[in-house]
Design a protein around this ligand. Structure first.
Ligand code: GDL
Length: 689
């Protein structure tokens, strides 16, 4: 008998039930047959109904798609399909012929049909053709036969669908399977329009949302793609997929897909983490989401909170999932780890009881007893490995605290600094405790799937903890942590890590890139003797950016004139930055720019000077990759300018001065301002004081 959920699902999408479940569609090691069978059990228990078999690196699914299964493989697939049936799960067999198929060759079409016929004979009745992640350029033979790539794919898909007797479930994955891949966009994509117009109406289309890994999927975006496809899509959701980054795994809840989507979709399949066991949360929370609207009355939601879904709370769904998962963690999966009583029963001949159960004598080591894992541990685990675009709340707090402690570490440690450092330390300790309890949990399979990730986070946290201790004067100074004959775990990430650190935007997030021994800076007032050094830095930076060095006698900008020494900065309004190698940066200001401007930039809009009478210019050599000394200099300078009675400050920046542009933008207070008369490649940014 159909359940009420099914009745409702069928109403939603005509006659067919809403497709919900899992797609094994990731790159890398496929799941085992046992894991898949376990998945069917769980799906059934949680009310999901579908499994799409599409492991990218299974030989005969993609690379050798033409090859038939050998008897041994056949036996395994037959067993799997029958296990799915037993658990009421629709087993969809997918094939990806797109790497090398010639669509116009009849032999190829026959090979495809033969392969799918074989799987049909195994008892499978639902199928899927996938054309994701393939070359979009057709071979000359196909170009002759088909007017476009979409026409070729649709023709073969329709033919196979009809050959198989128009199965109730038949899915097609387009090559442009997300909005980001559509040219020029979804509504004008000729590829998607061909699919929408020509694909037979009984075939459903897979869609990953705005992107491959979609942060959010909005109702509007689904309405748009549905109208082009002329059918509601089945979401192939990569929100929990982790095959693109070996350091990440996702154990946060299914999120940022409003339940309002449910009636607008044909289904949702999640393509989760490569590791089977850590997908408990991904699949459990998806199931909660799918049940959302059938659970009756909407939840109470605070008025005005547009982000809140009245039918689904990711946070509550997460707790439900973690509570169930805890039980699995606590149950043993090791046949060898049976209780002492059982082992005695199995070996009745054993008489030496002393050996069977060791009891330490007084004064000897007590027996090791593992602390049991708690729900709090699992919440923390999920927070640390949350979602692709979001850390969990504890992780956010840790990052926030660490950032604050770093930024406020150069002054004398206040009570606030110490209390925050203590809080940070406590959070690090909680991670270590969680690691220990997880390592001792009876279910070893889950642990083994998680092991690399939890080891990695533990050592990351340990390093941060040691660093904060050293800043607070406790433990080894961080310079020492970095010196000497280091162990290999100090060079985390191997070659790939090195590449990443050499690219912009990565290095400056690393804690120890600039160990304090080289990061001792001194900011002092500028004196006339510094002029040569300042000019040298200015010229170096100009050359770096391949800007023609302006003629020393006729600089184009007032800033240039200040840097080259043609104008002197206002006394008390100039600073230099020094490190152990010498002067490595400067910040110079004119409190009254008007007079200087009149001489060299006659047609400048003087009205801007009313709001921004002062000018500041500065450079910091690239060897100072930490932005904080620069920030500190400008803070000091702005306060000096303010005390001179000025209302505002501006700076002149060339478009090629990316680093300085970025520096001012990140300060937050400087904004672009209009200042007529500046050369085209120069923008002005100003701040009121
Ligand atoms: C993809 C692949 C998928 C992979 C995922 C995440 C689809 C349709 N295809 O593009 O196999 O697991 O990205 O890396 O999503």
């Amino acid at each position: 008998m159909a359940t009420s959920v099914e009745v409702k699902d069928k109403r939603r999408t005509g006659n067919k039930r809403f497709v919900s479940g899992v797609v094994e569609g990731f790159y890398g090691r496929p799941w085992t047959m046992e894991q898949r069978t376990e998945l069917f059990k769980r799906e059934q228990k949680w009310g999901l109904n579908t499994y799409l078999y599409a492991p990218k690196d299974d030989y005969k699914h993609r690379m050798y798609w033409r090859d038939l299964y050998c008897p041994e493989e056949a036996g395994q697939l037959i067993a799997l399909i029958s296990a799915a049936k037993q658990h009421n799960i629709d087993f969809i067999y997918a094939i990806s012929p797109g790497l090398d198929i010639t669509f116009s060759n009849r032999k190829e079409v026959t090979a495809l049909k033969r392969k799918l016929d074989q799987v049909r004979d195994f008892g499978c009745s639902s199928f899927s053709l996938l054309f994701d992640d393939i070359e979009t350029e057709m071979c000359p033979a196909d170009k002759q036969a088909f007017s476009s790539f979409a026409h070729a794919q649709v023709a073969i898909t329709n033919e196979v669908y009809q050959h198989l007797g128009e199965p109730e479930t038949f899915l097609f994955c387009p090559t442009d399977y997300c909005a980001a891949f559509c040219t020029p966009n979804v509504s004008q994509s000729s590829y998607l329009h061909t699919v929408g117009d020509k694909l037979l109406p009984g075939i459903d289309v897979l869609w990953t949302g705005p992107k491959v890994v979609s942060h959010k999927i909005s109702v509007k975006s689904i309405e748009e793609v549905s109208s082009v496809l002329k059918r509601a899509p089945v979401i192939w959701d990569n929100i929990h997929a982790n095959d693109y980054d070996p350091q990440r795994i996702f154990m946060g809840p299914f999120k940022d897909r409003p339940t309002e989507l449910l009636p607008k979709l044909r289904g949702v399949l999640t393509n989760p983490n490569c590791e089977f066991h850590p997908n408990f949360v991904a699949i459990h929370t998806l199931a909660t989401w799918c049940k959302a609207c059938s659970n009756g009355a909407p939840r109470d939601v605070e008025m005005g909170d547009e982000e809140q879904d009245p039918y689904y709370s990711p946070q509550k769904a997460l707790i439900l999932a973690l509570t169930d998962w805890l039980q699995v963690f606590l149950s043993t999966d090791q046949p060898t780890a049976c209780s002492k009583k059982e082992s005695c029963d199995e070996e009745p001949m054993q008489t030496d009881l002393g050996e069977g159960s060791y009891v330490p004598e007084p004064g000897e080591n007590p027996l090791y007893t593992a602390e049991p894992l708690t729900l709090e541990d699992l919440k923390l685990l999920s927070d640390l490995f949350y979602l692709p675009y979001e850390h969990g709340s504890t992780a956010r707090t840790m990052l926030h605290q660490l950032d604050w402690l770093k930024r406020h570490s150069q002054t004398a440690k206040t009570a606030e600094w110490c209390s925050r450092a203590q809080h940070f330390d406590d959070m690090c300790e909680a991670v270590v405790r969680m690691f220990n309890r997880l390592s001792n949990a009876p279910n070893r399979s889950i642990l083994y799937d998680l092991y690399n990730y939890i080891c990695d986070i533990k050592s990351g946290v340990n390093m941060a903890q040691a660093y904060i201790k050293s800043l607070g004067g406790l433990g080894k100074p961080s310079a020492q942590l970095m010196s000497g004959d280091l162990e290999p775990w100090s060079f985390r990430g191997g070659l790939s890590g090195e590449f990443q650190r050499m690219l912009p935007g990565h290095g400056n997030r690393d804690l120890f890139k600039h160990p304090p021994k080289t990061a001792v800076f001194c900011i002092r007032p500028y004196c006339p003797e510094d002029q040569m050094e300042v000019q040298k830095i200015f010229m170096t930076m100009q050359r770096e950016r391949q800007i023609q060095v302006p003629s020393l006698t006729q600089p184009r900008l007032i800033s240039d004139m200040l840097s080259t020494g043609d104008i002197s900065p206002t006394p008390q309004c100039a600073l230099v930055l020094e490190d152990e190698l010498g002067v490595c940066g400067y910040m110079l200001a004119l409190t009254d720019t008007k007079a200087a401007a009149a001489n060299i930039q006659g047609d400048m809009n003087h009205s801007a000077f009313e709001d921004f009478p002062s000018l500041v210019t500065g450079q910091v050599l690239p060897r100072v990759s930490d932005p904080s000394p620069g920030k500190r200099m400008i803070e000091q300078l702005l306060s000096a300018i303010k005390s001179s009675g000025s209302r505002g400050v501006f700076c002149e920046l060339r478009h090629s001065e990316r680093r300085m542009l970025d520096f001012y933008a990140k300060l937050g207070s400087f904004n672009p301002i209009k200042m007529a008369g500046l050369p085209q490649d120069v923008i002005a940014m100003g701040t009121s004081l």
